[in-house]
Design a protein around this ligand. Structure first.
Ligand code: GTP
Ligand code: MG
Length: 219
């Protein structure tokens, strides 16, 4: 029992930030990790960050992979998706094409992870540019409801909803991780009586639990 307790005490979570080029993925990440605003645009190839945060009183080591939105650098996407436990799907409220790209990203994540309940947060960034908005809030609401993932409108420039999106994602990842560990505990106990009662059951039970979590939309 001792090693499992230690693992729970200091949880390590892997988040991946995805979305079209220039929507503000790096700026959101820089604001969250370093509290700094970056005015210039330097397209990312791949950056990873490690930060320690508290989520609902629990200590979490969060590894954030800031990915490339620009087409020429997206070859690694498959690998990012395999490694990630949770995903920020970022678009810009000033770019309808960046909004449209999210659907393909989500489908790819679900296909690669083979799980419809992967922790995910939809982020409409550049909310400070309300005058240039071309993606109506209602569209964000609609995909949020259809996908069962929370929707936030953020601004990396004004630090609005930046911490909230990362914390929400961590909360979802923790919940999912807890479910796995609880199921593993139960299966450990069950396996004393039923040696064959492994993997297939586990998946079914997890889906059932996830389906009971409330869907939410936050603006
Ligand atoms: N007004 C405004 N500008 C932003 C915001 N977030 C990012 N930007 C600007 O948008 C540009 C692109 O931001 P990045 O964070 O580099 O975009 P990215 O999504 O990481 O782009 P790639 O790395 O190419 O995929 C920069 O010039 C930022 O200053 C925001 O919330 N508001
Ligand atoms: Mg970037």
């Amino acid at each position: 029992m001792a090693p499992r307790f230690q693992y729970r005490a200091s949880r390590e979570l892997h988040a991946v930030v995805l979305g079209a080029g220039g929507v503000g993925k790096s700026c959101l990440t820089a604001q969250f990790v370093h509290n700094e605003w970056i005015e210039s645009y330097d397209p990312t190839i791949e950056e990873s960050y490690r930060t320690q945060i508290q989520v609902d009183g629990r200590q979490v080591v969060l590894e954030i992979l800031d990915t490339a939105g620009t087409e020429q650098f997206v070859a690694m996407r498959d690998l990012y998706m395999r490694m990630g436990q949770g995903f920020l799907l970022v678009f810009s409220i000033t770019s309808p094409s960046s909004f449209s790209e999210l659907e393909g990203l989500r489908e790819e994540i679900i296909r690669i992870k083979d799980d419809e309940n992967i922790p995910m947060v939809i982020v409409g960034n550049k909310a400070d540019l309300e005058d240039s908005r071309t993606v109506p809030r209602a569209k964000g609401f609609t995909i949020s409801q259809n996908w069962g993932a929370p929707y936030y409108e953020s601004s990396a420039r004004t630090h609005t909803n930046v911490d909230e999106v990362f914390v929400d994602l961590c909360r979802q990842m923790l919940r999912k991780d807890d479910d796995y560990l609880n199921v593993a505990d139960n299966d450990d106990a069950a396996s004393k009586f039923d040696v064959k009662g492994g993997g297939g059951k586990r998946k079914k039970r997890l889906r059932l639990r996830d389906a009971t979590h409330p869907k939410c939309v936050i603006l």
